[in-house]
Design a protein around this ligand. Sequence first.
Ligand SMILES: [Zn+2]
Length: 58
Amino acid sequence: MATCKGCGDEVDALVSVKVDGKTRKLCEDCADRAREEGEIQEASEAVVQNMMGFKGRR
Ligand SMILES: [Zn+2]
């Protein structure tokens, strides 16, 4: 068993997610939320890349 750093729940397996450039181990619920927040960051990065005439990976 492991404890999620996000919500404190005990889960069988933690998921490694990158949040603000740091890898955090979270349960799936928190990982999903972190990914959603991460997508917002990726989106703003993509805007900057487009401004530089740079096509993103998606
Ligand atoms: Zn959690």
